[in-house]
Design a protein around this ligand. Structure first.
Ligand SMILES: *Cc1c(COP(=O)(O)O)cnc(C)c1O
Length: 435
């Protein structure tokens, strides 16, 4: 090996990386000998920020010390706890603080958003989404359609890549909307596609959807904390995300939601018993905070996205996210993105000599991807699965997506150029052995 492809070259890149110190703030899973595994799986579950442990223990201690008084008197009072997360989530999603709220989990938030924004009327009753969407999103959408008494077989429009292709260009979404726009009530699209790693131009999708009178909503599970986002400026109507992937909020962490300001403003602020319910499923936590505990029967909505909250949030599932978001604020998304672009390109180049056997299905243009690279191994799914198993045996933590994809995500917060090098070397060896 020579030039950029040596371990020394990778280490030299690491030595110059201004973000290299952040790796030490995360717990790195280790093998049986205590050696850190090569963890390239932040697209599935981000690593533990070491500070999260303290923040969780602090809440347990406050609960022990104060009991119910913790709601108001904990160091970080529990009643407005979610507000601690707002500023960083707004920065990462490109929103005004009033447009975002941490609550529930992803699919639940998707249901709540669809309850508000999917309002099929007459001819305009369909939902456009991608074919091959994450199963949970499809289940949510199909069940919402059925909930309205419609048939998913006709009301769900699924846009697939062209034959022989893996990704969907934005032009295809435009073309689909030109053809079917008047029948479509809502477009639901991912920020980054979970299987291919393709990143989309959200502003362009919003423009196309709005041109045809459709609502534009996004699932940002694989985008938030990975690619820069500008939801407000893009004019997105709503968005949802989970916090356990690139946001490192921990398994089952509290999710998040974005509602464009004009929609929150347009909703009736008061729901009277017997009056119009408003297009929102409500609970006491969405009630305006200062009068919430009067427990009155009328619902008075909090301002902004906060009105979509239903229950009091899980503090113990929010505390780790607070620790992680502090790291994002310190590292800054523009710097993370700059490193991410370099790191994924570095890995792409190291895989170049294996090109006959490893097909990269993720787009090569940096604007069209985040940090994940999705690889299809030549020789069919069975060989791909064997290669994946052999990689795991060598301490590579990545994942396998049916039917035939290995997903690898060098994450700029805690991965090194050396990790990319080690992965590429392991893949080369494994491919030679399973030739
Ligand atoms: C990770 C992921 C989910 C998971 O949903 P939960 O409700 O958090 O269990 C759903 N949709 C997409 C696109 C995802 O990437």
């Amino acid at each position: 090996m020579s030039g950029e492809s040596t371990l020394e070259a990778a280490r030299a890149r690491d030595a110059l990386d201004p973000l290299r110190g952040f790796r030490e703030r995360f717990a790195l899973p280790r093998d049986a000998h205590g050696e850190p595994l090569i963890y390239l799986c932040g697209h599935s579950l981000g690593l533990l920020p070491l500070a999260a442990r303290e923040l969780v223990i602090e809440e347990l201690d406050e609960w022990a010390r104060l009991g119910v008084q913790g709601h108001e008197h904990a160091r970080r009072p529990w009643v407005p706890y979610h507000e601690n997360l707002t500023a960083a989530l707004a920065a990462l999603s490109g929103a005004h603080p009033s447009e975002v709220v941490a609550m529930n989990s992803l699919t639940v938030n998707l249901h709540l958003m669809l309850a508000s924004f999917y309002r099929p009327t007459g001819r305009r009753s369909r939902i456009l989404m991608e074919a091959g969407a994450f199963s949970s999103d499809r289940h949510a959408v199909a069940s919402q359609i059925a909930w309205h008494g419609l048939d998913p077989a006709t009301a769900l429009l699924e846009l697939a890549p062209r034959a022989g292709e893996d990704t969907v260009p934005e032009e295809a979404i435009d073309a689909c909307l030109r053809e079917h726009g008047e029948e479509i009530a809502l477009v639901l699209w991912p920020g980054v596609q979970f299987r291919t790693g393709q990143a989309f131009d959200l502003a362009r999708i919003v423009r196309a959807a709005h041109r045809h009178g459709c609502i534009a909503g996004f699932d940002l599970a694989h985008a938030i904390g990975n690619t820069p986002l500008a939801l407000h400026e893009a004019g997105a109507d709503f968005a949802v995300w989970c916090s356990y992937k690139y946001l490192n909020g921990g398994p089952g962490a509290i999710g998040g939601c974005f509602v464009q300001q004009r929609h929150a403003d347009a909703q009736p602020r008061q729901h009277h018993s017997g009056g119009l319910p408003g297009a929102r499923l409500a609970g006491w936590w969405g009630h305006e905070q200062t009068t919430r505990f009067l427990m009155e029967p009328q619902f008075r909505a909090a301002a902004g996205a906060a009105a979509w909250q239903i229950s009091n949030p899980p503090i113990l599932a929010a505390a780790p996210l607070l620790a992680s978001l502090a790291i994002f604020t310190e590292a800054r998304m523009e710097r993370l993105r700059a490193k991410s672009v370099q790191l994924s390109y570095f890995l792409e180049q190291l895989l170049q000599p294996l090109a006959e056997q490893v097909h990269l299905i993720t787009p090569r243009e940096k604007a069209r991807r985040g940090c994940q690279l999705s690889l299809r191994i030549a020789g069919g799914a069975a060989r791909g699965a064997r290669v994946f198993a052999a990689l795991a045996a060598r301490g590579m933590v990545c994942d396998w997506r049916s039917p035939d994809i290995i997903r690898v995500a060098p994450v700029p917060l805690y991965n090194r150029f050396e990790d990319a090098w080690r992965f590429a070397r392991a893949l080369g060896e494994v491919l030679r052995e399973s030739a």
